[in-house]
Design a protein around this ligand. Structure first.
Ligand SMILES: *Cc1c(COP(=O)(O)O)cnc(C)c1O
Length: 397
């Protein structure tokens, strides 16, 4: 039987590891040696569970979407991460990591952000825990995502615009790593997805695994069995997908479908379909599939959804794709927009553009009438209203 979990040296098959500068070695070692002990400890569990319940609003509902089910001829349940405090799944991770940082005696929190969602989730927990917070964000993104910058500032965080490279997420991440190298002893780096050097991918997957833990319980109540036939989620770095599938990885009865961002189409050069287009390389301390040119320069990904345009992919997911444990579909901008509008009109739920990519797989899959499908709605669409309005206007012109 395949083992899909991380091994002792931090690898998922050919992917993962910790390729880090010497100066960070001690701090990543320290994290590696302590994260499991801490997150399994009773005091951590108690505080984490309480905050997830009272502050985030968990468990998030598992909603049987009646009209959507009718349309696709199966039973579709939506896992409603969009209903969490701050509007997405990211808060599950930032709460866990800040509790860990406190227990490691760290005083200062840094984070990278692209669209600003992880920055807001980090600034939120820093306000909650009274910790200094510095968020690195590409200058291009600072300009594109103004509301999120203002939210972070209102929450008390310092947003540092990054002017190297293309001034987007990859550059912000490089800058955050540089900061961490300068302050390894007092600073904790909260990474926003199942990416980065070991143990981050495993740690973030565990912190998000509350999603599949709840799905199991909720399915028993609703269907009398704890597993679905299909699990569907979108992947940027992979954290909401990892949380959705975590407790089902070894159950072969459960088909896993991952939606990556096709952008304008995978052959157009404007895409973020890393699993299909990426080649083996190293990005942000992890060996994984990377969008890169023939001479190994990282290529800027493109997607209509800012949360999915990361040029790498979590090593867990790269391995699931390679071992054919997961089916990966590239969903284009137009398909995601159509899926977002469909959910809005038939269920009254406006999803995040990222989550709309997961919904965009539905027309491509062949379901049986009694199939149970669980699809994670990773976030709500408030932040994407400008894009939606623009698109709807051009469509009706
Ligand atoms: C950030 C984000 C994503 C992508 O990140 P993952 O780590 O792949 O989950 C997906 N959906 C929403 C709403 C996000 O904010």
């Amino acid at each position: 039987m395949n083992n899909y979990q991380v091994d002792k040296s931090g690898f998922y098959g050919d992917f993962g590891g910790a390729y880090i500068p010497e100066i960070l070695y001690a701090c990543v070692e320290n994290l590696k040696n302590n994260y499991l002990k801490i997150i399994k400890s009773e005091s951590f569990r108690k505080e984490y569970d309480q905050l997830l319940h009272d502050y985030v609003g968990r468990p998030s509902p598992l909603y049987l979407a009646g009209r959507l089910s009718e349309k696709y001829g199966c039973r579709i349940y939506l896992k409603r991460e969009d209903l969490n405090h701050t509007g997405a799944h990211k808060i599950n991770n930032t709460i866990g990591q800040i509790l860990l940082a406190k227990r490691l005696g760290k005083k200062r929190i840094i984070a990278e952000t692209g669209a600003g969602q992880h920055g807001v989730a980090t600034a939120t927990v820093c306000a909650l825990m009274n910790m200094e917070c510095i968020v690195y964000m590409g200058k291009t993104d600072v300009e594109r995502q103004h509301i999120n910058v203002q939210k972070m500032q209102m929450l008390g965080a310092t947003v540092r615009p990054v002017t190297s490279g293309n001034m987007t997420l990859k550059d912000a991440t490089n800058e955050a790593i540089r900061d961490w190298c300068c302050h390894p002893s007092d600073t904790y780096y909260i990474i926003g997805s199942t990416v980065g050097p070991h143990p981050y991918p495993d740690m973030v997957a565990r912190l998000q695994s509350v999603i599949s833990q709840e799905i199991k319980k909720q399915l028993i109540e609703k269907e009398g069995r704890d597993y679905p036939d299909y699990l569907i989620a979108c992947v940027g770095g992979g954290s909401n997908a990892a949380g959705t599938i975590y407790h089902y990885l070894d159950n072969d009865k459960v088909k896993i479908v991952l939606a990556e961002a096709g952008g304008k189409g995978i052959t157009t050069g404007l895409s973020a379909a890393t699993i299909q287009l990426g080649k083996l390389g190293i990005i942000h301390g992890s060996k994984t599939l990377v969008m890169q040119s023939d001479d190994g320069q990282i290529e800027e990904p493109y997607s209509i959804s800012a949360g999915l345009d990361y040029p790498g992919i979590g090593p867990l997911h790269a391995n699931l794709a390679q071992k054919h444990r997961a089916t990966v579909l590239a969903i284009d901008d137009d398909e995601a927009l159509a899926a977002a509008l469909e959910l809005t009109r038939i269920e009254g739920i406006i999803p995040a553009l990222e989550s709309a990519h997961a919904l965009g797989t539905l027309p491509k899959l062949k379901f049986k009438y009694d199939d149970i499908v669980v699809l994670t709605v990773s976030g709500r669409g408030d932040k994407d209203m400008e894009t939606y309005i623009q698109k709807l206007q051009t469509d009706t012109e």
